[in-house]
Design a protein around this ligand. Structure first.
Ligand SMILES: [Zn+2]
Length: 233
């Protein structure tokens, strides 16, 4: 799964000599303070025994979700694990996001070129792109994790999911619209030139940037925007 996605990410570069689209870095890294939390006694009392369940992100239509594994017993360890996963290196490069100046992302969305498609007619040629999302996956150790941390993790994962799903929804819609445009072209040469033209993706880039601007203007975790220090993340 991961290998396949990495390959797809590489193919982005091969396709357009550089796809202008690339990956959209997900959640900005916040220098959140990690509170010392409750007294040790109450932590022990709230040791996690499998309840609540770890939240599992639901499928996104026509989008392939991949996961990178996160480890840790404490919130600090989980944050460190995500920060050092280097998903912008593994899957990247990530597009520049003013909110993520250091290039560290906790989730990604991107489109990858589907190799091996042949055009016999503009009307029947498929959109040669697939939408991908990369999310963190934490499998807490059976012993030694607090209920509090699992609850915070579930909230974080949900917010990252909402953020990346927003990107994926925009990509799917815009790629669909581009596919309609491509169908109107006179011949397959024109279709290929269309998909290879970086300018073809200008609107998609602008729509993704506008999505970030909307989120940052009204930043709330429930709509997919992490606030500094939210729940200690
Ligand atoms: Zn984003």
């Amino acid at each position: 799964m991961l290998r396949r996605l990495a390959a797809a990410a590489c193919l982005i570069g091969l396709f357009a000599g550089c796809s202008p689209v690339g990956w959209h870095g997900g959640q900005p890294l916040r220098a959140g303070k990690v509170s010392n939390g409750a007294a040790a006694g109450s932590r022990i009392a709230r040791t996690w025994f499998g309840n609540p369940l770890i939240w599992v992100p639901p499928p996104i239509p026509q989008t392939e979700i991949s996961y990178f594994d996160v480890t840790g017993f404490t919130q600090q360890q989980v944050i460190h694990s995500m920060n050092t996963s280097n998903i912008c290196v593994t899957y990247g490069p990530c597009s520049t996001d003013p909110a993520v100046p250091n290039g560290i992302a906790w989730g990604l969305e991107g489109i990858g070129f589907i190799p091996g498609l042949y055009c016999s007619s503009p009307r029947t040629f498929l959109v040669p792109w697939q939408v991908y999302v990369v999310l963190p996956r934490w499998s807490p150790p059976v012993v030694g994790v607090s209920v509090d941390l699992v609850t915070k993790w579930n909230a974080l994962e949900r917010s990252i999911y909402i953020h990346e799903k927003g990107h994926a929804d925009i990509s799917r819609q815009d790629l669909y619209d581009l596919g309609i445009q491509a169908q109107q072209l006179a011949n397959c040469n024109a279709v290929i030139a269309f998909w290879e033209d970086p300018a073809t993706y200008n609107k998609l880039d602008a729509d993704q940037a506008a999505y970030h601007a909307r989120l940052h203007a009204d930043c709330r975790p429930e709509i997919g925007c992490l606030r500094a220090g939210w729940l200690g993340w």
